[in-house]
Design a protein around this ligand. Structure first.
Ligand SMILES: O=c1ccn([C@@H]2O[C@H](COP(=O)(O)O)[C@@H](O)[C@H]2O)c(=O)[nH]1
Length: 273
């Protein structure tokens, strides 16, 4: 998907919400467990209920890999359901891949070709040749981990490498990669106070921002310095939406949560010139 299409979706829906599909058989409503594919049944109900309020879905691959072949099948069915019924919605494989170039080309084929994701999250640690194979795919986006939402982000990402912090080095150096116009970056909502400086390095890039809801990040704090004239933000919530209820009404309650966040986003968008 081209960035212009994503921006136009955001403007139409007045939402930059990404719903994280972190589907866990230990957390989904018990009545779904009798289905032949409970993960897909849950995802389909969540998508049917929440799609008016969001512009992206982000399955975290770990939640599917955890169930082996069955999990991969559920992921494949979920992606196909999205691409057939909601082709305008941006899809993110939260896979955090990246390896030597030869191997990254296989990861890129897996997620962009064999599966048809619009984007994938990538760990930048192995550098240029581990990232550029993903950037070769036109109209697909590579979302580099810059400053993550977890406490461990302070172990390495905020440590200085020469004159500047590692996450700043990731942002600045990655801008020199071939195809860098298709880069986006992960910045945790719990790190909103870093966004002013991040925007000095990547003033216009889209940021995928996980960490509102269950991790306690604030949408308003993220928007304060993160939002751009073309929005430039996809804010993710997974557990806060998916597991707001685990009764028969789980999908309606998830939709209510998604609508609440969309309402807050609409207020932030109204502040833009
Ligand atoms: O820095 C990061 C990078 C990725 N994530 C992922 O986003 C979701 C967040 O889920 P919540 O339930 O809304 O907390 C999950 O898939 C993480 O693996 C992140 O949280 N932080």
């Amino acid at each position: 998907m081209k960035t212009e299409h994503l921006i136009s979706q955001i403007r139409q829906k007045k939402s930059f919400l990404c719903v994280g599909l972190d589907t866990d058989l230990d957390k989904i409503p018990a009545h779904l467990l009798d289905d032949e594919d409970p993960i897909f049944a849950f995802n389909k109900a969540i998508i049917d209920a929440t799609h008016p309020y969001c512009v992206a879905y982000k399955p975290n691959i770990a939640f599917y890999e955890a169930y082996g072949l069955k999990g991969w099948k559920s992921l494949e069915r979920t992606l196909e359901y999205l691409n057939v019924n909601h082709p305008e919605i941006f899809t993110i494989a939260d896979a955090k891949r990246g390896d030597i170039g030869n191997t990254s080309t296989r990861y890129a084929k897996a997620f962009f070709d064999t599966m048809d994701f619009d984007s994938i999250t990538i760990a930048p640690y192995m550098g240029r040749d581990s990232v550029e194979p993903f950037l070769e795919f036109g109209d697909r986006h590579t979302i580099l981990l810059a400053l993550t939402s977890n406490q461990g982000a302070f172990d390495f990402q905020t440590q200085k490498v020469g004159d500047r912090e590692l996450y700043k080095e990731v942002l600045a150096t990655s801008k020199t990669y071939k195809g860098s116009e298709r880069l986006m970056y992960v910045v945790g909502a719990t790190k909103a106070s870093f966004l002013k400086e991040i925007r000095q390095i990547v003033p216009e890039s889209f940021l995928l921002v996980p960490g509102v809801g269950a991790q306690g990040g604030s949408l308003q704090e993220v928007c304060k310095y993160g939002i751009t004239k073309d929005i430039g933000l996809l804010v993710n919530s997974s557990r806060g939406i998916l597991y707001a209820s685990n009764g028969q009404d789980f999908a309606q309650v998830a939709a209510k949560k998604a609508k609440e966040i969309q309402g807050e986003m609409e207020l932030e968008l109204a502040k833009l010139p």
